[in-house]
Design a protein around this ligand. Structure first.
Ligand code: GLA
Length: 361
């Protein structure tokens, strides 16, 4: 028997710079791929079995033709979901055996799920010598997440991981599907701090926010919250308070993303940083997707010298924060952030200085 060639694909994690929960509201987002990710490496197998393993998550083996979401080993659903979606695009995925490696802990808020989906998709396409347009790959991965993980997520994570570019932010307009990369100002550094509280998207908070923002758009009689300005929203006193807060968050996040694009192009770090702070405040008050731990990380960071802004990143309800700081201060900011967070919360957090890296390949 001739050995099957080993192939591999890599997809990075991402940070959401701004545009919190705007993606599934037809809005605009700003993300960046980070220098940590997941690699899938393997080959075709005989007999049609699908076998995936990871040192941290274990090993899963399923019969190749009967793909359905697993109840145990739910991490493997991101892989199986992609297999199922590629098959429904008429790509006949055969049995394969693969190992996942990398340093992107699940639930840390850096989108290990999208990285796993994309690494799987790129690996399988390569294995079957097929190609798809990048946005079609991103959407297949998103559908995998909807159908196999039960999370009604938008496209931010997949698009950022796929289109990421070293030292560039990724701008994505979820309505027009325009993707643009924007140079990240020189002399600025991003610090990622994990709150140590896992974010469990499927737990329902995320889908609930999605339903609330949909309800707000319906009440405002617009196709999506994308179609409302903050000025218009101020006159709508008829909207119930909860929905008004949810809508204000989305509407103002979209406006912050547009302004951030200008600040980035102008190399205006303090302007950009102020938007991060405003975004976090809105998460805390309007969208209620922050946690005491994320608030603590953000407030410690905001008071350290050299810091321009900080906010939670991604879905919220746990996960991580990003801190934007002047490059010379980065080491000290990271050290102090970890130290003070541990002193005040008792939690040892992973704080990393992250480069903005290239996307999936
Ligand atoms: C998660 C989802 C994304 C996006 C963010 C919040 O990361 O997967 O689609 O909605 O939350 O902006």
């Amino acid at each position: 028997m001739t050995a099957q060639p080993l192939l591999s694909a890599y997809a990075p994690g991402r940070v959401e710079l701004l545009g919190n929960h705007t993606d599934y509201n037809d809005g605009v987002v700003l993300g960046a791929a980070i220098d940590r990710g997941l690699t899938m490496r393997g080959s075709k197998s005989t007999g049609g079995m699908i076998s995936v393993s990871s040192k941290t998550m274990g090993c899963v083996e399923v019969g190749g033709s009967e793909i359905r979401p697993l109840v145990d080993d739910r991490w493997a659903n991101y892989v199986l979901g992609v297999v199922s979606e590629l098959r429904s695009l008429s790509i006949p995925i055969a049995g394969f055996s693969a190992e996942i490696t990398g340093e992107l802990p699940a639930g840390s808020g850096l989108s290990s799920s999208a990285a796993l989906e994309l690494a799987t998709a790129l690996f399988l396409l390569k294995l079957h010598q097929r190609e798809l347009p990048p946005l079609a790959i991103a959407k297949a991965c998103q559908r995998a997440e909807h159908r196999f993980a039960g999370v009604q997520s938008g496209l931010l994570d997949q698009v950022t991981s796929l289109f990421g570019r070293a030292d560039h932010a990724v701008f994505f307009d979820c309505r027009t599907e325009e993707v643009r990369t924007i140079p990240f100002p020189k002399g600025l550094t991003l610090i990622i701090a994990e709150s140590g509280k896992k974010r469990e998207l499927a737990s329902g908070d995320y889908n609930r926010r999605r339903a609330e923002t949909r309800a707000a758009a319906d009440a405002l009689q617009v196709p999506a919250l994308r179609d409302v300005t903050s000025l218009q929203l101020k006159t709508r006193h008829d909207l119930p308070e909860l929905l008004r807060g949810r809508a204000a968050h989305i509407v103002e996040e979209n406006e912050r993303v547009w302004r951030a694009v200008d600040f980035l192009l102008a190399g205006d770090g303090p302007g950009f940083g102020a938007l991060l702070n405003a975004s976090h405040e809105s998460s805390r008050r309007n969208f209620e997707n922050s946690t005491p731990e994320l608030d603590l990380l953000v407030s410690i960071a905001q008071n350290l010298p050299g810091v321009l802004g900080a906010r939670l990143t991604g879905g919220g309800f746990g996960g991580a924060t990003i801190t934007l700081c002047e490059q010379p201060a980065a080491e000290e900011v990271a050290t102090q952030l970890a130290k003070r967070y541990r002193a005040e919360s008792g939690i040892t957090s992973r704080v990393i200085i992250s480069a903005i890296a290239a996307g999936a390949r």
